[in-house]
Ligand binder design. Structure first.
Ligand SMILES: C[S@@+](CC[C@H](N)C(=O)[O-])C[C@H]1O[C@@H](n2cnc3c(N)ncnc32)[C@H](O)[C@@H]1O
Length: 257
């Protein structure tokens, strides 16, 4: 999925919602950041976490926001214009161009699952981390990501079509083994699962519903069916039987020292 134009806008609204805030809080609590650290945010998107990281590393530290999307990086640059210790790389995670052992920590939020060759990205992240460096990743268990309230057949169909929006449906389940092979230790997983039963303005459910609807129409479902799915969700909400469940997992690890 390309994170430009409408998808990028919806993704940024999603990141600014309560679900995004909770994730950033969990990441900041897990990353042990020291003044002077150099931290890379892999797939930084519109950079909602970059300012927090920049304050934590201080003026002697550096935060690198890496993302291949020109649209996302433009947003990130604009929102971080007050920080002189943030640099931006318009690159993919598999080829950062950074020197070996040059970062104290790497974090990534809902980006690795979109990278087809995620092993190449993880190898590159490992290469740029210093021995003992920390990694924090948040990825979603997409098999457990689900809207409730619409007709079962239609609901199943749209979720099935949406599977193609990302390369790795269950990355958190595979990450531990991949990280062990790359030399990481202290690998821990923490559930950031949440449930939402409203789809009002600024609800992550509504943004996600929009993203899914656009994706489904662009990938072969009829507008009539997608409109019908959305109407059914709206009716379900009015009747108090709407729900949206998502299951992000925060994985943390340290590279062997
Ligand atoms: C769902 S967004 C998440 C953005 C941000 N981390 C956040 O939490 O708001 C996924 C991001 O991954 C980026 N991305 C896609 N392919 C990538 C790659 N090969 N390397 C790094 N980032 C990538 C996209 O451009 C997009 O900004």
């Amino acid at each position: 999925m390309e994170f430009d134009k409408d998808v990028g806008r919806l993704q940024r609204l999603m990141a600014a919602s309560i679900a995004g805030i909770n994730r950033r809080q969990a990441i900041l609590e897990t990353l042990s950041i020291n003044s002077g650290d150099r931290i890379i945010d892999v797939g930084c998107g519109a950079g909602q976490l970059l300012g927090h990281l920049a304050k934590a590393v201080g003026e002697n530290g550096e935060v690198i926001g890496l993302d291949p999307s020109v649209d996302q990086l433009a947003q990130a640059k604009s929102s971080c214009s007050d920080f002189s210790n943030i640099t931006f790389l318009e690159k993919g995670a598999d080829e950062t161009g950074l020197p070996d052992n040059s970062c104290d920590a790497a974090k990534s939020t809902q980006a690795l699952e979109y990278i087809p060759d995620v092993d190449a990205a993880l190898t590159e992240i490992t290469r740029v981390l210093k021995p003992g460096g920390s990694l924090v990743n948040v990825s979603i268990l997409w098999d457990h990501f689900r809207f409730h309230g619409a007709d079962t057949r239609l609901n199943d169909e749209i979720h099935e079509v949406f599977r193609a929006h990302c390369s790795h449906q269950m990355l958190p389940m595979e990450l531990s083994g991949k990280l062990q092979k790359l030399g990481f230790r202290d690998i821990k997983d923490k559930s950031l699962a949440f449930v939402i039963t409203r789809r009002d303005h600024n609800s992550p459910a509504l943004y996600t519903e929009n993203v899914m609807a656009n994706f489904a129409i662009n990938n072969g479902m009829s507008e009539k069916d997608v409109t019908s799915w959305r109407s059914q969700l709206a009716i379900a909400e009015k009747q108090g039987r709407f729900g949206f469940a998502s299951f992000p997992v925060l994985t943390s690890a340290h590279l062997a020292g």
